[in-house]
Design a protein around this ligand. Structure first.
Ligand code: DON
Length: 564
């Protein structure tokens, strides 16, 4: 509590700064009324203006998400899917699942060609596209919690697409980098280049066809996407290129409202995403294991803590592979057991403080002896909160723009397991719960999470990063709760990741000292440096000053916290 009190005094002095800042200092962005933290400053500002106009946290999240579909095409989307966790100021909570579904023609063996696994089919083809869920899911959350008219939330995105927006250095570089990989798709090249030449920073990107699709969504709601002109353009593109999605698949898409996964950690309440995300269960399982250690005493970044956390990650990810998939297709998933304190105590007992365990394709018992997604966090003046993570799967998804409709399609089918029985030491998983089947949702790692304390909102967090997401969210929570960091420090701090297979402890370059690495190697960890892990955009509510503190992850150059 001491750090909270100290910061409450600092807050009282620093409250003048209510506008967006994007990292740099170790101070968070502060605001009294409401806040949006997102991967792109222009989209965050769209959300902030919705809050200022009296919109709810869901209104602001919906408007920011549509704006990101224009300004952050690598992951913001209408052609993908996502999850939104909502916590009302009254403590009620709901999880909105708008994950893509497998089309009716899907099957567990669909990624095999001549009996052999075909990675391109799985991730890089029209067959890799799942039935998009974003428009239906955002609309469903708005029906339950929206205050402003639907059109008001979509219109800023229509304007950004129609009138264009100026590309920052990082956005222009990202589009230039993906352009060669779009070359097979003429509509994609037309949408994201200047007649085939990459845009330069400072130039304006206009997306007129996307504006037309967004206008149909503004006018008709989900019908503007799942039926009529948009649906027939998608189905035509699929039929012409061997894809599976039909107009019937689109018309049948339904978002789900689910009970969130709940857990506790050192007195904090955790509210997170249930299946078809693995995020909430695996996060709560790892927190339960770690609750048994005095992490604070051992200190941030110490070898003993990195070891404990990595071993908790290893076990969490093995259980994820073994048990988790779409709950609608796996009715016997042991959710309560996996998230129980007793189960975690048993797992903790298998962690040798001096020795790394070994992972292998059949190692589910503990020794008995790539990419872009985008997360945004919102809190409104009533303290309703939204954690929203959406994705196209890889950066720019399938890289297929629907001709005439101007939006990118996901390649989310790549999140289904590769093929029955195909579990490999390099990380392919072939366990049954997450094999492709008609209408099934592919297992996700997206972990939009809300933390409360004594019934009151405390923290909103989430991240991109594929399987690393769950561990990035774990780090942000540990950094605040155990290591006393403010939210800005918590999202800045170096991260590491273990996902069971491959059996390696991946750490952000320069994130662990040579001494720490030597101590971890001596325990038997295989260490691998990586450039960067995740982009956690988080908000913490200072409980004493009742001030919102935003941390926009500096790993995304254009990320910003916009408060008022
Ligand atoms: O749902 C999932 O877990 C993945 N499709 C997310 C992909 C991702 O985060 C890529 N981003 N960096």
């Amino acid at each position: 509590m001491q750090w909270i009190r100290t910061r409450a005094i600092a807050v009282a002095v620093a409250l003048a700064l209510f506008v967006a800042t994007a990292g740099g200092s170790s101070e968070p962005t502060r605001a009294r009324r409401g806040m949006v933290v997102a991967s792109d400053g222009q989209a965050a500002e769209v959300g902030r203006e919705v809050l200022r106009a009296g919109g709810s946290a869901v209104d602001a999240a919906v408007a920011t998400a549509f704006a990101l579909a224009v300004t952050w095409p690598a992951a913001g989307n209408i052609g993908g899917g996502g999850f939104l966790v909502h916590r009302g100021a009254d403590g009620s909570a709901a999880a909105y699942d708008f994950r893509e579904t497998a089309p009716a023609a899907a099957s567990p063996e669909m990624f095999l060609a001549g009996g052999v696994y075909d990675a391109a089919r799985h991730h890089d083809s029209h067959v890799a596209v799942g039935v998009p869920g974003t428009v239906a899911g955002l609309h469903r959350a708005w029906i339950d919690h929206g205050r402003l008219p639907w059109r008001r939330l979509v219109e800023p995105a229509v304007a950004l697409a129609r009138d264009g927006f100026v590309l920052t250095h990082s956005r222009a570089a990202s589009l230039a980098a993906v352009l060669p990989r779009m070359a097979r798709y003429p509509a994609s090249v037309a949408a994201f280049s200047n007649a085939g030449a990459p845009y330069a920073a400072g130039e304006r990107l206009r997306q007129p066809e996307l504006a037309g699709t967004l206008e149909r969504i503004a006018a008709e709601g989900p019908d503007g996407f799942y039926r009529g002109r948009t649906a027939s353009l998608v189905a035509q593109e699929m039929a012409e290129h061997g894809g599976l999605i039909t107009e019937a698949d689109l018309a049948a898409y339904e978002p789900r409202v689910r009970e969130p996964i709940r857990g506790t950690y050192r007195g904090y309440e955790i509210v997170s995403m249930p299946p078809p995300s693995s995020g909430g269960i695996t996060l709560v399982q790892m927190l339960n294991v770690l609750e048994g250690y005095d992490l604070r005493a051992a200190g941030y970044g110490s070898a003993v803590n990195v070891h404990r956390i990595a071993e908790a990650m290893r076990r969490g990810f093995a259980d994820r592979a073994r048990h988790l998939g779409d709950s609608d297709f796996n009715p016997a998933m042991p959710v309560l057991r996996l998230t129980s304190k007793e189960y975690a105590a048993g797992l903790r007992a298998t962690i040798d403080p001096d020795r790394a365990s070994r992972s292998g394709p059949d190692t589910f018992e503990w020794p008995a002896t790539g990419n872009e997604t985008t997360h945004l966090s919102v809190v409104d003046s009533d303290r309703n909160a939204v954690a929203l993570t959406t994705t196209l799967e890889q950066s720019y998804g399938s890289r297929i723009v629907v001709p005439g409709a101007g939006f990118l399609l996901n390649n989310e089918m790549g999140d289904f397991n590769a093929a029955p029985g195909l579990t490999t030491a390099t990380g392919l998983i072939g366990t049954p719960p997450n094999l492709a089947e008609p209408g099934k949702r592919m297992l996700s790692s997206m972990t939009p999470t809300i933390v409360a304390k004594e019934g009151r909102l405390f923290m909103v967090t989430g991240s991109p990063g594929g399987r690393t997401i769950i561990n990035t969210v774990l780090h942000t929570i540990l950094n605040v709760v155990d290591f006393g960091m403010n939210v800005h420090e918590a999202v800045n701090a170096p991260r590491f990741h273990h996902q069971w297979l491959p059996d390696e402890l991946r750490y952000e370059r320069h994130g662990l000292s040579p001494d720490t690495l030597a101590l971890l190697a001596a325990r038997g960890h295989t260490l691998a440096a990586r450039a960067s892990q995740g982009a956690a955009h988080a908000i913490v509510l200072d409980p004493e000053a009742d001030v919102l503190e935003g941390g926009a992850d500096p790993r995304r150059a254009d990320a910003a916290a916009a408060g008022y």
